[in-house]
Design a protein around this ligand. Sequence first.
Ligand code: SF4
Length: 447
Amino acid sequence: MASALSEASPAAAGDLKIVQDATCTFCGCVCDDIDLTVKDNHIIEAKRACVLGKAWFLNHHIDERPSCLIKGQPASLEEGYELAAELLTAAKYPIVYGLSDSPCEAQRVAVSIVDWISGTIDTTTSVCHGPSGMAFQGVGEVTCTLGEVANRGDLIMFWGSNPAESHPRHFTKYSLMPKGMFLPNGRKDRTCVIVDVRRTKSAKAADIFIQIKPRQDFEALWTLRALAKGIELDAQDVLKQTGVEMAVWQDLMARMKACKFGVIFFGMGLTMTRGKHCNSEALLALTRDMNAYTRFVAKPNRGHGNVTGADNVVAWRTGYAFGVNHARGYPRFNPGEYTTSDTLARGEADCAMMIACDPMANFSQPAREHLATIPLVTLDTKETPTTRAATVAFTVATYGINTGGTVYRMDDVPIPLRPAFDSPHPSDFDVLTNIEQRVKDRLGITA
Ligand code: SF4
């Protein structure tokens, strides 16, 4: 990857450096209009960033740990690369996991390593929108960019998603407030419907808030599918199943049919509740059904800055977005079998490389207990419970702040990074490229 600073072209203002149109990678909105003011390798202002984005930029500091630790002791990068390659090539069931906070260039190299070592690759998608990834394979996705939503979306629905807290600029930059080409009055030209099991902070922004019974999303979505097709339903049964009066669903369906451009953004409130991928399938199928009447699209509200990039890169390298096993020399996809929390909890994996993720803090007890017993390579910008457990721990530069590259916004649009200042630590791209070369050397691959 080229030098981050050479890509940034920052404007100098006295001893301050201004980086215009920097990209925030804190959440899936990937806002690329942030003006950073940098002084003495410290970001002192992040213009236009939301509260989460400001915390991401302003609290950034270079980690003072060595770039490489082996069993907790400082080591050279060369020693780290060699040992990482040795561990990965010696393993019978190596796994690589994480990737949602790395640029696409690094993700691509990680997939290559897994391919060489016949390992299993998985991303944090498997613990958030994995069910949607399965549903996309089964139903397909009627979709669009966030630019189209801003310019055309006149009925904006959120299902099991709370962007007011998770994606603070979602409403203002993309979905509710912008004045668009076909919506000259912005918010006044749009109707916002929020469906959730509880009244979240986002509910305040809704014209219509529909509170459904917990764990009944599937039934609620199939109620709408039935209404879309004109199928007669028992009102008492609908109320019992969904917790919402039939008249409310009928009114919503009338609005959905009457709008010019409908959008459903959905979140983990849908994908991680009872029904999981069946819920995502129901929502995607409803969206597809609505296109018999009007233009309608659906988009998952993605969390991590480049989790969408991880889905794209793993999919264009293997055909599947996450949970992919290469043990037979070709990719096989099977969530539950090849997803990392499962391979660890069953004690199958015998070596792991964790990239920008912290499974020791958030996986199940059996998974964490097994991870603690196997050789572990980590790449992270900061110290975490996972890096502390590592055999080889690389401290890497922060993408978007110290290094360049490409990330995918939640609508699958690639966005370039414009970093602010350099880091003494290598990028994850550099580390992975060096490990890949040594893996190939050990396997006698000259290509
Ligand atoms: S909405 Fe997300 S990407 Fe945009 S500034 Fe806030 S945290 Fe960063």
